[in-house]
Ligand binder design. Sequence first.
Ligand SMILES: C[S@@+](CC[C@H](N)C(=O)[O-])C[C@H]1O[C@@H](n2cnc3c(N)ncnc32)[C@H](O)[C@@H]1O
Length: 171
Amino acid sequence: MLCRQRPTWSVYQAKAEPSIEAGAAAHLPITLLDVDPYGEPWPTIEAFFTSDRPRPQRIGIAVNDGLRQKLRLQGGWSVHSMRRAVEKFGNAGLFDKYLDVARWKIEQLAALRDYRVTHWTGYYCGFQNDMTHYACVLERSASSMQRKGRKMQRTGDSVQRKRPNMQREAA
Ligand SMILES: C[S@@+](CC[C@H](N)C(=O)[O-])C[C@H]1O[C@@H](n2cnc3c(N)ncnc32)[C@H](O)[C@@H]1O
């Protein structure tokens, strides 16, 4: 339906993490990542940064994150994506300082692709403050973009060539 209404859009109906890892939407230079899962966003955001795709100089990320409820009820040590964060923030700190945890996680993932966080905002909300909303802007330096451009020239790197079989599916 969305595809028919908006022919310039690419619409996928699929499990997010493996699709993004496999290069879904890699034909687009994505400038805004809007993540709205029921639970945690980390596998999706991680797939975005580890996957092979064009990297614009500036990317915005907006997240509706439901992980805090699980951190309150179960403790962070049981959550795979919090494994390294629990060493840094402690088990209680994951809940109490979740906005700091989220920023730290984004900074770690962004650094994989030479981005740094230039703007950040966030707050807790919802029942018992179990939801966390945050948004940020990530930017790459011009020298990093030039290095990447030279590397792509040398290797003839092409996302399209590497990921020929992604299928677009109408919702
Ligand atoms: C909170 S709703 C988001 C709704 C939408 N953003 C909106 O405002 O109307 C979460 C949606 O993400 C989907 N979802 C949850 N985990 C997913 C995953 N791993 N891959 C793809 N979709 C997922 C759910 O089926 C649900 O439709």
